[in-house]
Design a protein. Structure first.
Length: 346
């Protein structure tokens, strides 16, 4: 663990080239079980999305799109935290590694050979992973490959934010989108944003992670000075959408609802039609570390399809502990789990 920490610090903290990601499993007493995807955006901070049912792993799932709710900007050191308390529940590292931002394919570009490797990021030497992520975030469409220890390889996601969800999120937070006026000749066509509202369903709209309220903090008996300091800190967090020590350099807006889906072709799948029915199967010509139906038990790497089964089943990729083990190690014996969470197995 010590070697892991020193290597992590050297490669990410204070590094403008750092491209670290973490997926935390958070079993919260009020918000319930959910999975936080965090991506490094600068030398000290990471953007965060809460995904109720975890990352998708079945290319033929009936629920291909999942809600990913934008949360606060976190400090980068938070990526390494595994902890527990009665008021916040248990937090474990489900997977961790580095990310690569990939170019998005235009719907007008010719189709590529499915046996060719996934698209590479912008070859410009000045385009750092953080800069590529920032640019994709501003366009509200992020195509990202996660190089983890548990996820299959390759594993590529599409994150998208529709215009309507962007507007709704900004209205709730009181932040208007920044736009630039451009002079255009008469009759000049207005640029169209490629993001659409297609693919949304009632199932997706019911997946939002409830907003957590720390009841223990509310019940604390604070002095007048301590209460004033805390209120000022909370107000600053609301204004910047960043926790103390973190910097919101990407323009993140709290509680905006994005959609996340598996990029099936980039993950090595090809579409096959049988009797009018479409299925996605792994292309044997695509190089990957996939090693069978149950993954590699010796390394813990998953293979397709995989399913995130929740706090009672999932273990930390770093320590091997489950949520209940972390609660025990932290001396927590009065945690009350929120009921009703069920894994997506179809």
């Amino acid at each position: 663990m010590e070697g892991f920490l020193s290597e992590w610090n050297a490669g990410n903290v204070g590094n403008p080239q750092g491209a670290h990601f973490v997926i935390h499993q958070h079993d919260h007493p009020i918000a319930g079980t959910h999975y936080d995807l965090r991506l490094q955006i600068n030398e000290t901070s990471s953007a965060s999305w809460a995904i109720m049912y975890g990352l998708p792993g079945d290319p033929n799932s009936a629920r291909l799109n999942r809600n990913a709710t934008e949360t606060r900007i976190h400090c980068l050191w938070n990526h390494l935290i595994e902890t527990a308390s009665s008021s916040t529940g248990s937090l474990l590292i489900w997977d961790t590694g580095t990310y690569t931002v990939l170019l998005r394919k235009s719907k007008y570009s010719p189709s590529s050979d499915p046996s060719s490797p996934p698209s590479s990021p912008d070859p410009s030497p000045e385009a750092t992973p953080q800069a590529l992520l920032h640019a994709a975030f501003q366009k509200r469409k992020i195509r990202i490959r996660l190089h983890g220890s548990r996820l299959p390889d390759p594993y590529v996601l599409n994150l998208r934010l529709t215009k309507s969800e962007d507007a709704a999120g900004r209205a709730k937070s009181g932040r208007a989108p920044r736009t630039r006026r451009r002079r255009q000749g008469k009759g000049a066509p207005q640029p169209q944003n490629e993001t659409s509202d297609e693919g949304e369903s009632e199932d997706e709209r019911s997946e939002d992670v409830p907003l957590a309220v720390d009841t223990a903090v509310q019940a604390e008996k604070l002095s007048a000075m301590e209460r004033e300091i805390r209120e000022l800190e909370d107000e600053q967090v609301r204004l910047t959408n960043a926790y103390p020590g973190a910097s919101n350099t990407i323009g993140s807006v709290h509680q905006r609802r994005w959609y996340v889906s598996l990029d099936r072709p980039a993950c090595g799948f090809v579409e096959k039609r049988t009797k009018g029915r479409s299925t996605w199967e792994l292309d044997n010509h695509v190089e990957s570390y996939d090693i069978g139906a149950n993954g590699d038990k010796s390394t813990g790497r998953l293979s397709y399809p995989f399913y995130v089964r929740g706090a009672e089943y999932e273990r930390s990729v770093v320590t091997g502990r489950r949520g209940v083990d972390i609660l025990k190690d932290e001396g927590v014996n009065d945690f009350v789990q929120r009921k009703g969470w069920k894994p997506v197995l179809n």
